[in-house]
Design a protein around this ligand. Structure first.
Ligand SMILES: Cc1cc2nc3c(=O)[nH]c(=O)nc-3n(C[C@H](O)[C@H](O)[C@H](O)COP(=O)(O)OP(=O)(O)OC[C@H]3O[C@@H](n4cnc5c(N)ncnc54)[C@H](O)[C@@H]3O)c2cc1C
Length: 387
């Protein structure tokens, strides 16, 4: 293995792998440390689908970042020779007429202002076009740009590409990181020009000074059997958010590969320790799922739950990513804080993180810098349900 690589990346999720690939392309020697297998079964990046949406309320930066990410997803589909990103379009529907200040309203108008073409749908028109939805939903829009990515398969493809570029992988767990050094579970240690901690929700265990600014929160994910897959497949059904800022509910069309419909909740979640606590889905979670389905999708009201999962966010207190060099340790940097919405930026994450490491000016980095957050800090991600 390379004696003293320029960069040691700890963590092979989407933050770690995209930055390893970009740094290698910029000529750095890179080693990735992850206990594996990759994709790791407990990693947030490992999933059958993640939403790819431009819609972020009034937030111009995140919309702009996804505008620039979409061509990257389409290019990966061509490069990897399989549709990992599915452009099903997204539907954002509400039970009240859209109004100023509301996530859907602000997203709709910012899309328009930036030259996109969301189609507003109201009442009967909505049910005619998307018949799975109940009449409880009276307003909202369909936006053709967007959909979902098969994130676990994308991670596997990126890891293959990284190996093909000569990036070395050390299948071990980092037990401690220092200024350019990494101690490994097997007792060995590595040292390099710089260590990049991209260990997702485990990052603050390796860099304890991050702990006051972020926390691990577990979120229920449900996979349902579909008696009528066509009703829940494009063009009759897209990747959806249902009054998401008010309820947290969102989901995906029928997944032909996995033969399930995935529904999840983008709420506050359960605080937990990423290693010690069980990641269970409780009867209460199933009960709230049932009442949502009965209200929104009558055809799924009594659908069988095939399996569930509690997946863990690395939640910064303001819900913005954490991408920066360490203020006191010149050979340490951090890229984490996905806060439940990082995957959709995958094609632009690598260059963004590499810019932070190389000190290249990038206007997007300002909000992700090392920053003081405390108990008074409020979450700012527009789609997040906080109640
Ligand atoms: C339930 C859920 C739903 C989500 N839905 C969406 C969505 O719809 N759209 C979207 O854009 N985003 C979504 N996200 C967010 C997105 O998945 C994350 O922001 C992103 O995957 C985080 O990537 P990561 O690389 O930071 O962390 P991870 O993917 O968790 O990767 C961290 C890696 O670090 C490794 N690691 C940990 N500790 C160590 C150690 N000590 N030594 C070595 N390696 C270590 C792990 O093995 C793992 O491979 C969701 C997340 C969750 C949990």
């Amino acid at each position: 293995m390379t004696e003293s690589p320029d960069i040691i990346v700890v963590g092979a999720g989407v933050f770690g792998l995209t930055s390893a690939l970009e740094l290698a392309r910029r000529g750095h020697s890179v080693v990735v440390v992850d206990p594996g297998p990759i994709p790791h079964p407990l990693a947030a990046s490992t999933d059958i689908s993640k939403v790819v949406r431009m819609e972020y309320g009034k937030d111009v930066q995140y919309m702009e970042m996804v505008e620039q990410a979409l061509p990257g997803f389409r290019a990966w589909n061509r490069q990897f020779g399989e549709p990992l990103y599915h452009e099903t379009g997204v539907t954002m529907f509400t039970r009240q007429p859209m109004a100023p200040g509301q996530f859907e309203y602000e997203s709709f108008h910012l899309l328009k202002a930036r030259g996109h073409d969301p189609q507003r749908l109201q009442a009967r028109e909505l049910q005619e076009r998307f018949p799975a939805w109940s009449e409880a939903y009276v307003d909202g829009f369909f936006h053709a740009e967007g959909g979902y990515v098969e994130s676990g398969r994308l991670i596997a493809a990126l890891a293959r590409e990284a190996r093909s570029l000569g990036i070395e992988f050390v299948e071990a767990k980092a037990t401690r990181v220092g200024d350019g050094t990494v101690s490994l579970s097997e007792g060995d240690s590595l040292s390099g020009g710089l260590v990049l901690v991209a260990a997702g929700t485990w990052s603050h265990l390796l860099v304890p000074e991050l702990a006051p600014m972020m926390r691990s929160t577990g979120h229920p994910v449900f996979h349902l059997e579909a008696r009528d897959p066509d009703l829940f497949s494009p063009p009759a059904f897209g990747t959806f958010m249902a009054d998401v800022a008010g309820t947290g509910w969102y989901g995906f069309p029928y997944n032909p590969r996995e033969r399930v419909i995935k529904v999840a909740n983008h709420g506050l979640g359960l605080r937990l320790h990423p290693e010690r606590d069980a990641r269970r889905v409780y009867p209460d979670d199933i009960e709230s799922l049932r009442s949502f389905l009965a209200m929104a999708f009558p055809a799924l009201a009594d659908a069988r739950v095939v399996y569930t999962r509690r997946c863990v966010y690395c939640d910064t207190l303001d819900e913005h990513f954490w991408i920066d060099r360490h203020p006191e340790k010149p050979r340490l940097a951090v890229a984490t804080g996905g806060s439940g919405h990082g995957m959709k930026f995958a094609p632009v994450l690598g260059p963004l993180i590499a810019d932070a490491i190389e000190g290249v000016a990038n206007p997007w980095l300002e909000r992700f810098r090392w920053r003081p957050l405390d108990a008074a800090t409020r979450g700012e991600e527009a789609a997040r349900h906080r109640a």
